[in-house]
Design a protein around this ligand. Structure first.
Ligand SMILES: [Ca+2]
Ligand SMILES: [Ca+2]
Ligand SMILES: [Ca+2]
Length: 431
């Protein structure tokens, strides 16, 4: 479920987040027209703050990607119209400044950039993919430094997640970080931010996890980072919480209606799946949004029960309280209107959206009529009648044929001695 932390006004351009900083280009996503970028401090997700804004003469900023080693690369055009000097702009971000360093011209129209292992990969319009070297080879023989930061202190929960991040620096450019667990290499990250998410296997309860990393710069110098605390894997002792928000207890549906279900579920490590039980049997539910579902299978009329079982990542399950609901057979007519507002001897009649359903007993046919209208606009002695889109379906019993009729009309509203009549939202329910 989406949980809201803080918020802050920001431009509507593209976003990059790394190491407690967020960078947003001015202008609109994938559009032109932005004239720079803004930097936010997101170290406290509950209270992000704006730090600085860089406004440039060029006003087609498409993207801004920090290198993690003190620089940032912008995809920048001179004017909002395309094909006008769309190149890569290198910025120095050290010491909290945003200082323009140089423009790296590409042969085409630069549209986007991604960094990997110290190189820039530029989507360069008709010039295709351009691989650019935005920083000189690191010949200074000074290895990178840094530390491993974990999202948890001394314990990890089976079935849960550990975010493993390397906060690394280099005098020139970090190339990549290799992450290891208990001495075996797990994954390599080739761009800032250098991190990965480890899912703790449920069969490691009692074991220890020692994460380490090795950081490389673009000169091949390397440093091992062995500072991370040892984690002990604990069993997940918290089953999920799950509650049916709707249908409300004793809710009533009609045969053929959708049955929407809203469920609140949460867990200390994460919900793996949800199971829906109608009358104690598993049934399919289609997820419509984070907490909203609709049951897929049809159910017969009568009383039913609904339960939802939430299963967490470690396999612990919780069943919700049982909600009772009923499905009714029905005959309904809705929004049925009759107007008689003519001269006394020239009445008019209109009826709209008239429906009759009978989904009930096997020996009774079903019938639907829709958008039924009758008009009488004034024949003086022979009131006319029009009805449109009138349909009768009989799809019930096998020995009864189906029938459909359209534009069928029989009306005589014209009797002078009949009073005006209006009726709305008329309904008859027959369980
Ligand atoms: Ca170096
Ligand atoms: Ca990365
Ligand atoms: Ca749990």
């Amino acid at each position: 479920m989406l949980e809201k932390h803080g918020s802050v006004d920001a431009p509507s351009g593209r976003l990059f987040v790394g190491n407690a900083r967020a960078y947003v280009t001015l202008g609109t996503v994938f559009g032109n027209g932005g004239s720079g970028f803004r930097v936010f401090d997101v170290s406290n997700p509950d209270s992000p703050t704006s730090l600085s804004q860089e406004i440039t003469a060029q006003n087609s900023w498409k993207q801004f990607v920090p290198t993690g080693s003190g620089f940032g690369l912008g995809v920048v055009g001179i004017t909002p119209s395309e094909n006008t000097g769309d190149d890569i702009y290198l910025y120095d971000l050290r010491n909290g400044t945003n200082t323009f360093v140089t423009r790296l011209e590409t042969p085409g129209v630069a549209k986007a950039i991604s960094l990997f292992k110290g190189l820039g990969y530029v989507a360069d319009g008709a010039a295709g993919l351009q691989v650019v070297n935005y920083v000189a080879y690191d010949a200074k023989k000074q290895p990178p430094t840094g530390q491993v930061v974990l999202s948890t202190v001394s314990e990890a929960t089976a079935g849960g997640y550990v975010v493993v991040r390397a906060e690394v620096q280099d005098d020139v450019q970090v190339r990549n970080v290799e992450f290891s667990l208990n001495g075996a290499i797990l994954v390599t990250d080739g761009n800032f931010p250098f991190e990965f998410v480890y899912r703790v296997p449920t069969n490691l309860v009692g074991a220890t996890l020692t994460f380490s990393a090795r950081v490389f710069d673009t000169g091949g110098n390397t440093t091992a980072l062995n500072n991370a605390p040892v984690l002990t894997v604990m069993d997940d002792t918290e089953p999920p919480f799950v509650q049916i928000e709707s249908p409300a207890p004793n809710a009533r549906f009609y045969l053929g209606d959708d049955i929407p279900v809203t469920v609140t579920a949460r867990d200390n490590i994460g919900i793996a799946n949800m199971e829906f039980l109608v009358d104690g049997r598993p049934t399919q539910a289609m997820r419509l949004s984070g907490i909203d579902y609709v049951l897929v299978d049809p159910f017969p009329s009568g009383p039913h029960t609904l339960q939802v079982v939430a299963v967490d990542n470690s396999g612990k399950a919780t069943a919700s309280a049982t909600v009772h609901f009923a499905i009714w057979r029905q005959a309904i007519s809705r929004e049925y209107s009759v107007f008689n507002f003519g001269a006394e001897d020239k009445p008019a009649a209109i009826s709209r959206e008239y429906s009759v359903f009978n989904f009930g007993a096997e020996d009774k046919p079903s019938a639907i009529s829709r958008e039924y209208s009758a008009f009488n606009f004034g024949a003086e002695e022979k009131p006319s009648a029009i009805s449109r889109e009138w349909s009768v379906f009989n799809f019930g019993a096998e020995d009864k044929p189906s029938s459909i009729s359209r534009e069928w009309s029989v009306f005589n509203f014209g009797a002078e001695d009949k009073p005006q009549a209006i009726s709305r939202e008329y309904s008859v329910e027959n369980r």
